[in-house]
Design a protein around this ligand. Sequence first.
Ligand code: PMP
Length: 402
Amino acid sequence: ASRFADVKLGPPIEVFAVNKACVDDPHPDKVNLTIGAYRTDEGKPWVLPVVRKTERQMAADETLNHEYLPVLGLEAFSSAATSMLLGPDHPAIAEGRAFGVQTLSGTGALRVGAEFLSRQLKYSTFYMSNPSWENHRLVFFNAGFTEFREYRYWDAANRTIDFSGLIEDLKAAPENSVIILHACAHNPTGCDPTHEQWEKIADVIKEKKLFPFFDSAYQGFASGDLDKDAWAVRCFVSRGFELVCAQSFAKNFGLYNERVGNLTMVLKDKQFVPQVKSQVTLIVRGMYSNPPNHGGRIVSTVLNNPQLFEEWKECIRTMANRILSMRSGLKQRLQALGTPGTWDHITTQIGMFSYTGLTPRQVEHLVNHYHVYLLKSGRINMCGVTSHNIDYLAKAIHETVL
Ligand code: PMP
């Protein structure tokens, strides 16, 4: 008998399963609105020109080698990533109480951060928004958290944030609960709190002695502006919170498979930094020993070079603007067709995703009759919309909703 005979088949991961169904579909008009990855208006993946250029320079540089990086990664990368998040002139950086750790993309940063909070600070309860990026749950459980709770976030009737529900749930959270907050471009709803709402969230987190854990997977990609997209994190840091923030460079650099991420940690005082860093070092050492070089080197080269940095900012504006124009194009078409319901949320939502409000039955209909692939929740990746398929998509949604 096999030792593996009793292993149960795990559930499929929806987003990968639906994507595969689309890839396998031979229909010429199929539309893939599943995986969160940027596509050009031709529906193709995009290697940012500034990334290509930097890779060429790296390939030609005979001084580079394949030696191991330190356990906490490239210092030039992690400090640039932390500056990008907090703003280069933030006092927390000058005071030496904010630092970064290079991680295996945003997911790795979430894991290292969660594991530190669970092992070192003995936190055991985490909250995520309902709905949220579904992987938060698995990552936090695997990192040692034992208590999972949700705070209300989505108001389905009004297709907006259920802010009073959110505040009520946070107010009821036990002390030291870790609150996962999407820094910008909330996945999957595309709805972010206003500045005023963020201030209120911060008030409750402070009053109830909760711990803010930001997840920043879309800085710059959401609005096209790095500062705007970091507003919430900077607001908390300026108010004196200790916090951690997982940063992903998958979307804003188009470096999905290179696994480039950073965990920024902000402490009250720099005297605690060496001890904290030493414990993070042990977590990483025991998990994967040290991070890969290629993507971190690209990002650090670009962020640390003023000319390349400008070229990169142009790239993120290009991506953000294409998404914004697809949002308004889709809304206009649905309104012109007289599709029942309101569609303003398509343009008020921000980032890669839109929570359309389509029901599971409507989603099924879109997949089966129109070969338009999206998640059961009605979440669509706006990057899958192009000027070639936008009319077809609007018509498919219209006929489905009618
Ligand atoms: N958090 C959120 C909210 C995300 O949407 C994503 C990417 N889908 C991630 C974290 C992590 O992505 P990655 O590990 O590829 O950086």
